[in-house]
Design a protein. Structure first.
Length: 640
């Protein structure tokens, strides 16, 4: 009987995977843009003399885009990088460009790549990040190709792309936040626009309810056209085909597109009318900018987070709303609850919105869902997005899709112009996000851990802490701290170097800040604390008011109440000897912590005395006419 292992089977060999067929002709990549629309990006290697090299890079670009599912912006950036590099290859190699290849020894593509990177920054402003981005993109494609066994790359080129990029990374200038005045103007204009939008849509649907089918009751009646579009009985193309020429329109229909001071061109009249009709029923892309402004100002979250909200991300509560906010770049999902009470950062702002809430998130979300309700019902492919808008293409096609913030003639700058708002600086919605971050930082007293609760602290330091307001606040904090320490350093003892005649002035309070009794007591030694004189021993900065100073005479040289007379020089010399002994017993750090200020003040006082004065004081000490009485704590040191 055979034992285990006697009969063994050979596993069939794994068949070698056939290499994918090489692409030819124009390379095309489909990618989704920010609005969710699928766009095509093409690249034709035959536009360049180095068509072979361009085709190799284009193949890697297309493979990478299809595998990683990168965005439309990243795909377009890669295409521009290849185009820029291939243009330089044609220029440098000339007639030999057609022989260039990532696997060819001649011509040397590594040398061409190095020269291209060296000259890249010359075509852009100083500090631009574009050259480094182009270089990284081309290097990444070459490095990706080098990882495949069936796509060889020359050793020189492999070593070059594995090394450091020789193009400066550059730096972008951080945006500043909106001023309080500009932010207030934006919020006010946004509410006014939202109110007008509500009124316009309500009137549009009310007019549509009064209409009838235009094929039976006329194509020149506005209510009939609105009725047909609202009930999807007619299309914009049918309106174009059945409308008469603009000269035969009734005055009511012509008034829909007429603007004061602007003539109506017959060739554009029908397109203008169709777009006007659609805007009476559905919000246009321009109409949703106010809601983005309001949500960013109310929540403090990034614009891309609030515009990506869906109906499943919203949960209304009795006292507010709970939002699920997704930050795709940081790959974070956060749940935030916003109450109905006024936001803390609005306290102190003049609020003049009597017919609508100021910044209640729940109210803003409800109004947004109301104005986009009809559009969302008609566009089930929008995946429940709240920001949905309607537009009419040049081919008279009604398109309801995700909101496009940068759509032509419907960008943020266009909305500012339409709302009559002028802001100082760049018209960028991201500045509004920075304004809310600044307000949060002020509310939390500058604590980064609290102000950066929706991203990393390093992101806050790099992108949000550079605003003007926080810079001014930081400067004020530094100035306040400096003033405090300067005041503390200057508030030392008062030194009389020559005589005490100044104490006999008729008004010592005016010249020295002393009462007549204090000046008299100091002059005759009634306020002697053992090392210096004290103007007010029962009001010490180191003890409670009304109690005798607890630190005299050890801290007299650091006290603002101390007065040093010429007769105190022997005691000062004895105290200097005491400090010298302490310096031998203590470490430099410990001595500086305990006695550093007193030692510095004492040296400054002794430096103003002459050698004759010091010699005379020394004789008094030797004769036993001067002594220094210190408490027991002066000879015992405790580590703190």
């Amino acid at each position: 009987m055979p034992r285990r292992g006697d009969h063994q089977r050979e596993f069939p060999p794994v068949p070698e995977q056939p290499a994918p067929a090489a692409r030819i002709g124009i390379r095309m990549v489909r990618a989704t843009n920010r609005s969710g629309t699928l766009r095509e990006v093409t690249f034709d290697p035959n536009e360049f003399r180095c068509a072979r090299l361009a085709g190799e890079l284009a193949d890697e670009w297309a493979d990478y885009a299809e595998t990683s599912k990168i965005s439309h912006d990243s795909v377009a950036h890669g295409q521009r990088s290849i185009r820029h590099f291939c243009t330089k290859v044609d220029l440098l190699l000339g007639e030999d460009a057609h022989r260039a290849s990532l696997n060819g020894q001649h011509p040397d593509v590594a040398a061409v790549l190095d020269e291209w990177e060296r000259s890249l920054p010359t075509g852009y402003p100083a500090g631009s990040t574009t050259p480094a981005g182009f270089a990284r993109s081309v290097r990444a494609l070459i490095a990706r190709r080098a990882q495949h066994e069936q796509r060889p790359v020359t050793p020189n080129l492999r070593r070059l792309v594995d090394g450091a990029i020789g193009v400066p990374a550059g730096s972008s200038q951080e945006l500043d936040e909106f001023s309080r005045t500009d932010k207030r103007a934006l919020v006010r204009a946004a509410w006014a626009w939202a109110h007008q939008l509500d009124t316009r849509l309500a009137d549009g649907w009310a007019s549509a309810a009064r209409g009838r089918h235009p094929a039976e009751h006329g194509w020149t009646d506005v209510t009939n056209l609105l009725w047909g579009l609202a009930r999807q009985q007619i299309t914009p193309r049918q309106i174009r085909e059945n409308l008469p020429v603009v000269a035969r329109w009734p005055a009511e229909l012509r008034a829909c597109i007429e603007q004061s001071g602007r003539p109506v061109y017959p060739g554009l009249a029908k397109m203008l009318l169709v777009r006007w009709l659609v805007s009476q029923l559905y919000p246009a892309h321009l109409d949703l900018h106010p809601y983005r402004v309001l949500l960013v100002a109310a929540t403090g979250h990034a614009p891309e987070e609030v515009t990506a909200l869906t109906d499943t991300d919203v949960e209304f509560l009795p006292s507010g709303v709970r939002l699920t906010l997704i930050k795709r770049r940081a790959r974070q999902v956060r749940h935030r609850t916003f109450g109905t009470e006024a936001s803390p950062d609005t306290v102190g702002e003049p609020v003049d919105f009597t017919d609508r809430p100021h910044r209640e998130v729940s109210a803003i979300i409800r109004r947004l869902m109301h104005v986009t309700e009809q559009a969302r019902q008609r566009a089930p492919g929008t995946a429940g997005r709240l920001f949905v808008a309607a537009s009419v293409t040049q081919a008279y096609e009604l398109r309801i899709a995700w909101w496009a913030a940068n759509k032509e003639r419907s960008g943020f700058l266009d909305w500012l112009a339409g709302a009559g708002v002028t802001v100082e600086g760049a018209p960028d919605i991201r500045r509004l996000r920075k304004s809310t971050k600044v307000e949060k930082a002020i509310a939390f007293g500058g604590r980064i851990a609290d102000a950066a609760n929706d991203h990393h602290e390093e992101v806050f330091r790099g992108h949000y802490a550079q605003g003007t307001t926080l810079r001014v606040m930081s400067g004020q904090v530094i100035s306040t701290a400096q003033d405090h320490w300067f005041f503390t350093a200057l508030q030392g003892p008062t030194v009389l170097t020559s005589s005490t005649d100044v104490l006999d002035a008729p008004d010592p309070a005016a010249t020295l800040g002393l009462t007549r009794q204090q000046a008299e007591d100091i002059r005759r030694g009634a306020l002697d604390m053992g090392l210096t004189q004290c103007s007010d021993p029962h009001n010490s900065p180191y003890g409670r008011s009304g109690e005798l100073c607890p630190v005299a005479p050890l801290r007299c040289l650091e006290c603002r109440n101390a007065w040093i007379l010429p007769s105190d020089l022997p005691q000062l010399l004895l105290f200097a000897e005491h400090l010298d002994r302490l310096r031998l017993r203590l470490s430099p750090q410990h001595f500086a912590e305990l006695w550093g200020q007193s030692h510095a003040n004492l040296q400054a006082v002794l430096a103003e005395r002459t050698d004759e004065e010091k010699a005379l004081a020394g004789k008094h000490i030797e004769a036993g006419e001067a002594d220094l009485h210190l408490p027991l704590a002066a000879d015992v040191e405790f580590d703190r």
